[in-house]
Design a protein around this ligand. Structure first.
Ligand code: SF4
Ligand code: SF4
Length: 135
């Protein structure tokens, strides 16, 4: 069994960005949302409407297939792990993700793959995010 980050109650998102802060702070020691492995966006012109972009832990990820350097290693349970020293900062992985779920660190110029740890879900005040068990 493995766990996958899932958007359980999209309608309950209030756009507080607590999830993004939690991820960014936990993994990159960043005091901003800039280094989060998920993204919450406001639908422009629609009050109170937010979109959440999270990694689906694809079994055959397009991001890994697009990487010319072999820097994204597909994991047995799906999803990818970054081998940072191999990354050439081309951004092909982020462009290949049709869901726009793979985020980009502008400072280090590397992708930010989600590890499905659930830290973001624990900091959400409205239980919008959860970890689901998968076979
Ligand atoms: S940015 Fe790095 S991980 Fe992404 S495709 Fe390019 S070399 Fe691979
Ligand atoms: S599950 Fe973990 S790595 Fe993925 S977005 Fe949430 S905090 Fe970040």
């Amino acid at each position: 069994m493995s766990k996958r980050l899932t958007v359980a109650n999209r309608d309950q998102c209030v756009g507080c960005f607590s999830c993004m802060y939690a991820c960014s702070r936990t993994f990159r020691r960043a005091g901003s949302t800039n280094k989060a492995a998920l993204r919450v966006r406001v639908y422009s012109g629609v009050e109170g409407a937010f979109s959440l972009r999270t990694c689906l832990r694809c079994a055959e990820p397009d991001c890994a297939a697009a990487c010319p350097a072999g820097a994204l290693v597909v994991q047995p349970q799906g999803g990818v792990r970054l081998e940072k020293e191999r990354c050439i900062s081309c951004g092909a992985c982020v462009r290949a993700c049709v869901l726009k779920a793979l985020q980009w660190d502008e400072e280090e110029r590397i992708p930010l793959p989600c590890v499905h740890c659930g830290t973001c879900a624990r900091f959400c005040p409205n239980n919008v995010l959860t970890l689901t068990e998968e076979a």
